[in-house]
Write a protein that binds this ligand. Structure first.
Ligand code: IVH
Length: 671
């Protein structure tokens, strides 16, 4: 029947095409079609198989979604044991290995096939006549567990070898792992769902592979890299390890793109150093590199000692994780006032150095990981990054561990600590006075859009603070030529210029002054709004949150920051000092009471007006004491709508705000 033959042919073509895309994507890392197109092919195959279940075979890509859970894993005895590797920890160990190999073979110089040591889980894949029939974990090397159903879900493992001359039987051996990016994404999802996070990609891969329900494994982004084969039957092995890897690659198996052939001890050590330098940048974790004598006949001649081959060695990188005791949690204050809890650790050697401190990021992280003082913790130090506490080892708890409490006062300056409800970071509110934030605060204060003190840059602020000449911005105005002359790279002339710039900055505007204070969430625009709304410094300093919320464009978060800032006596004191040393500005009537036909009224512009530009309309409204805001809220009095209005018009309708056109605006302006 030709209909059924067509159907079979279509199903077969779809399978081949889908597997080819899996291969391009997961093995070659070079997808050739958009995801949507792939999904379409996949759905077509699913539909055909649903209509004709008799066509389903275990090697159909649709079968990669997992099968119903198993009661337990079946034991598998490895036909060829899965051995381990001897380790080398330094150059001498490697030299000794190379010497033993050379002496064993009676050769001067040896070619080695080298590649990363993947930090995952060893597995063995059995292919019979090119079909994937059995997947097993390493177990104790002699007996492992049958995880075939789980491995079927791993897209980079071919269900059929891509060759017409497949061996009758062969075991492909390699490592299952999780890419760093996929691991981060998985943990983010786990966190979102309130599920337990994994300490590292290796644990995540192990947890995913050992699921009795392979449908769960199917949703986990596992990868595979092949590094050798065993028990080949009906297939003549090539003469070298490198060619063996090439063969695996030709069969459609992922092999490391970092694999090389190098010569002699120098070649080994060069490769090691190169990979160590690239370790962080690799998309997956590695814990060293593996050296294997390249010629397979040499490998056979060298043979094995106890459980490890004589022809290979693993040259390990320093471990990036270690266990130690967390003896205390201190709180550090950063340059922006952020409070960071820091773990004090019993010294431990990790990532090549002795680590005594590790970051805990913030309060939420401590809660999430349930880190307590006295816990045994996993500490991680990767490359140049700050060491961090990855997880606790709950099994080591004695019951004496103490939970952490975030201080309510800054440990550096004693100011209040605030933590907005929607933020993870707690902050010191003593922006102007906190020694931890001094340099940052001074630089901001002097910056061009703030007090505009020309010549007061990084280096100078650094020196002024380090020599205890300046503690807060008011101290700048007390500097004299004698003091400045004592600083590095400060001639008489530049000292004079700087003093003149400081003097000149005394005459400023209220908006600049407010901005210069460096209140969190108060940028230039908000500072201008505040100046206009309150007219004077005292009114602003004494405003409660309710009063602050009346300022157009000021919401609860900004209002809270401003209120917190002025609630801090230290900050008020510095403002008094600044006024005392002569910083001054022109004050004005508060905007609400100012005169003008539109005084106290807030407008929002949307769409294109027939004759006025946005700037012109704004100027006209402001000239009459009105205020133009960027977004519609309950505080908006009028929305001026032109052609093609945006969502603001809808919002205005929703809130019942009066809507006028350009003509209506002109009428309001004229009274
Ligand atoms: S070769 C007979 N190559 O390291 C030698 N092993 O201690 C077989 N491993 O559990 C191993 N990356 O899973 C080899 N590129 C690599 C490897 C590698 C990781 C693991 C392997 C084994 C352990 C050996």
């Amino acid at each position: 029947m030709s209909a059924s033959r067509d159907l079979r042919a279509r199903v077969q073509a779809l399978r081949e095409e889908i597997e080819r895309h899996n291969y391009n994507y997961y093995v070659l890392d070079a997808p050739t079609i958009p995801d949507a197109e792939y999904d379409r092919l996949f759905r077509e195959l699913q539909t055909l198989e649903a209509q004709h279940p008799e066509l389903i075979t275990p090697d159909s890509p649709t079968q990669r979604v997992g099968a119903p859970p198993l009661p337990e894993f079946r034991q598998v005895t490895h036909r060829v044991p899965m051995l381990s590797l001897a380790n080398a920890f330094d150059d001498e160990d490697v030299a000794a290995f190379d010497r033993r190999v050379r002496e064993g073979l009676g050769q001067d110089r040896i070619d080695y096939a080298v590649e990363p040591k993947f930090d995952g889980l060893a597995i063995s894949l059995t292919y019979e006549d090119g079909r994937f029939v059995l997947g097993a974990t390493r177990g104790d090397g002699y007996t492992g567990e049958d995880v075939t159903a789980n491995l079927r879900t791993v897209r980079s493992i071919p269900l059929r070898l891509r060759t017409r001359h497949a061996p009758r039987r062969v075991e492909v051996r390699g490592e299952v792992l999780m890419m760093k990016k996929d691991f981060e994404r998985l943990n983010a999802a786990q966190r979102e769902a309130g599920d337990k996070e994994f300490a590292n990609p290796r644990n995540a891969a192990a947890g995913s592979l050992r699921q009795l329900d392979s449908r769960i494994t199917a949703r986990r982004p596992l990868r595979f890299f092949a590094y050798t084969m065993a028990g080949a039957d009906g297939f003549a092995l090539p003469p070298t390890q490198a060619q063996l890897l090439d063969t695996l690659a030709q069969w459609g198996l992922p092999v490391s793109p970092e694999r090389r052939v190098v010569r002699g001890l120098d070649g080994l050590l060069d490769y090691y150093r190169g990979m160590a330098a690239r370790r962080e940048a690799l998309p997956y974790e590695i814990d060293g590199v593996v050296y294997k004598v390249n010629r397979l006949d040499y490998q056979d001649r060298l043979g094995f000692v106890s459980r490890a081959p004589r022809f290979a060695v693993a040259h390990k990188f320093p471990a990036q994780e270690a266990l130690t005791e967390l003896v205390a949690i201190d709180v550090q204050v950063g340059r922006t006032g952020a409070l960071t809890p820091v773990a004090r650790l019993k010294p431990v050697f990790v990532g090549g150095v002795t680590v005594t401190n590790a970051t805990l990021h913030n309060e939420d992280e401590i809660r999430r990981k349930d880190v307590r003082i006295g816990d045994t913790v996993i500490v991680r130090r990767a490359g140049d990054v700050i060491p961090e506490v990855v997880a606790v080892v709950p099994e080591r708890r004695t019951g004496k561990e103490q939970p952490f409490v975030m201080p309510t006062r800054c440990p550096v300056c004693g100011s209040h600590v605030e933590r907005p409800a929607d933020e993870a970071v707690a902050r010191c509110t003593g922006g102007l006075v906190c020694p931890a934030q001094r340099k940052q605060a001074l630089l901001h204060f002097a910056s061009r859009r703030a007090m505009d003190i020309e010549g007061l840059g990084d280096k100078l602020v650094e020196q002024l603070v380090d020599h205890h000449l300046v503690h807060n911005p008011a101290d700048l105005y007390k500097l004299g030529p004698a003091v400045l002359a004592g600083l590095e790279r400060m001639g008489e002339k530049s000292a004079g210029n700087l003093l003149a710039a400081i003097e000149q900055s005394k005459k400023t505007t209220l908006a600049r002054f407010i901005y210069a204070l460096g209140i969190r969430n108060v940028g230039e625009a908000t500072a201008r709004d505040l100046a206009r709304h309150f007219g004077g410094m005292d009114a602003l300093m004494n405003a409660d949150e309710q009063a602050l919320l009346e300022v157009p464009d000021v919401g609860p978060v900004v209002a809270a920051s401003i209120h917190e800032f002025f609630r801090e006596p230290h900050n008020r004191e510095v403002i008094e000092q600044l006024r005392a040393v002569g910083v001054h500005w022109q004050e004005s009537e508060p905007a609400a009471r100012a005169r003008g036909r539109l005084a106290g009224k807030t407008f929002v512009l949307t769409g294109t007006l027939p004759s006025l530009s946005r700037e012109q309309a704004t100027a006209l409204i402001e000239a009459e004491g009105g205020k133009v805001s960027g977004s519609v809220s309950r505080k908006t009095d009028y929305v001026v709508a032109g052609a093609d209005p945006g969502s603001k018009l809808a919002k205005a309708n929703e809130l019942g705000v009066t809507i006028v056109d350009e003509e209506g605006l002109m009428r309001l302006l004229k009274g």
